[in-house]
Design a protein around this ligand. Structure first.
Ligand code: FAD
Length: 404
């Protein structure tokens, strides 16, 4: 693991910091259109699709440069770009598995947010056991006809396109009959219904497909090889953005320490309580462990290695940490932690919730439950770590035959 920044990295960091100081919006973008404007500014600054090849609109930058940008954005509390699933999941999948036409057709429009994307994987009865999915794609000669239902589709209501997993062969073992497609969400056969979450937002959706159409040119990879492609996607979801996440937590931690100095109990600042200091000290120690974990992933990426199953270690570790951190924040803040509006400035949390609102500690606490579920729950990450990293015996499975 390399813990030092080269002189070029230090100079690049300075350049990014200066750009952010000059270009940060005065007030956080709230509407989708305002978010797209900020997104495009980031793209024009050279800060999106940094690892993607230059010929498709990317920057061909090193993982360290990408980490520096993400880190500086977290320090500056810069709003996230929109089209997160396009940038984080769909684009990298097309870069690795797409053909030349697909790369030229789709990648640049993800970077400019001209086309918004969602991920159509989970179904009502297929989440952890994703390979059991039932949505079908039937070969109709010049196109595929899609029927079925997806759920928990983040950003479904604003998406123009979806990265779809569908079953093309029900007779073979379930992992082998799945194919990956790019599907237009703007067609009569696709109905999107938003779902309200405990946070109060509704970025989740149910998606119903009835005789929806996917053109043949929009099949990614070979027929029946969708499972391997899905695993690349999940690797990106589990391993990526680690250092930025840590910088984000650190910024929130410093706000929490600030609040503990302001809040009084029995006439003395809460920060003087040995219990509060102990809790905060433990969180800081855990955060340092997370930072070294993130640096380990970054070192792997710099060497051109894909974290693979190692992404599960990072994902399990940061998502469980986030829950512990937000619980401690609630204990320290008491009723102030539950306010969704109107908290005194020095006790409020200013985080970008990526849904067009600035976050509160209450939002952060509720949202922290999500990390241990999406992109594979903590239990599933433990299975991956046990089977693929530690080489423990595989879980017994009664479903190794055909999918239906
Ligand atoms: C914030 C958020 C955003 C999401 N965005 C998307 C999206 O954009 N697109 C998309 O397709 N999906 C999305 N999802 C769905 C997500 O991938 C699933 O929720 C997740 O895979 C778990 O599936 P499930 O909800 O069906 O739970 P289940 O699979 O039913 O699991 C229920 C419980 O059983 C446990 N469990 C299940 N199997 C095992 C096992 N073999 N061993 C041990 N324990 C097990 C699980 O850990 C969990 O605690 C999102 C979810 C969240 C929370």
């Amino acid at each position: 693991m390399d813990l030092n920044y080269s002189p070029e990295d230090v100079a690049y960091r300075k350049q990014v910091r200066t750009w952010l100081e000059r270009n940060l919006p005065f007030s956080p973008p709230r509407t989708l259109e305002e978010r797209k404007v900020w997104h495009r500014k980031l793209y024009e600054g050279g800060f999106l699709g940094m690892g993607w090849p230059k010929e498709y609109g990317g920057q061909g930058a090193r993982p360290m440069e990408q980490a520096i940008v993400a880190d500086e954005m977290a320090h500056a509390a810069a709003p996230a770009p929109t089209n997160g699933l396009g940038l984080g999941i769909v684009g990298p999948t097309i870069v690795v598995h797409g053909n030349e036409w697909q790369k030229k057709r789709y990648l640049r429009k993800i970077l400019t947010a001209e086309e918004m994307w969602c991920q159509l994987y989970s179904e009502p009865n297929s989440g952890s056991d994703l390979a059991s999915l039932k949505t079908s794609a039937e070969d109709k000669g010049d196109h595929f006809m899609v029927n079925g239902q997806k759920i928990w589709t983040s950003g479904g209501k604003v998406a123009d396109w979806g990265l779809l997993l569908a079953r093309t062969d029900p007779k073979v073992p379930k992992h082998k009959g799945i194919t990956c497609f790019l599907m237009s969400m703007r067609q009569p056969g696709v109905e999107v219904r938003p779902l309200k979450q405990i946070t109060g937002s509704a970025e989740f959706c149910e998606v119903f497909m009835t005789n929806a159409r996917v053109e043949k040119e929009n099949q990614i990879g070979k027929l029946g090889e969708g499972w391997a492609i899905a695993n690349t996607t999940l690797g990106y979801e589990r391993g990526g953005r680690s250092l930025a996440r840590i910088s984000g937590y650190a910024a929130q931690y410093h706000r929490l320490v600030g609040a503990a100095k302001k809040l009084m109990r029995n006439g003395r600042p809460l920060m003087e309580s040995p219990t509060v200091r102990q809790r905060l000290g433990k969180i800081w120690a855990d955060l340092e462990v997370e930072r070294y974990n993130a640096l380990r992933v970054l070192t792997q990426l710099e060497k051109g290695e894909h974290p693979g199953a190692g992404g599960s270690l990072t994902k399990l570790s940061y998502s469980e940490f986030e829950k512990r951190f937000m619980e401690v924040a609630q204990e320290i803040l008491g009723p102030y932690g539950q306010l969704t509006d109107g908290a005194p400035a020095e006790l409020a949390l200013e985080i970008d919730t990526a849904v067009g609102e600035m976050g509160t500690w209450a939002y952060g606490f509720l949202w922290s439950r999500a990390g241990t579920i999406y992109a594979g729950s903590s239990e599933i990450q433990k299975n991956v770590i046990g089977e693929r990293i530690l080489g423990l015996p595989k879980e017994s499975r009664a479903d190794r035959g055909g999918a239906r």
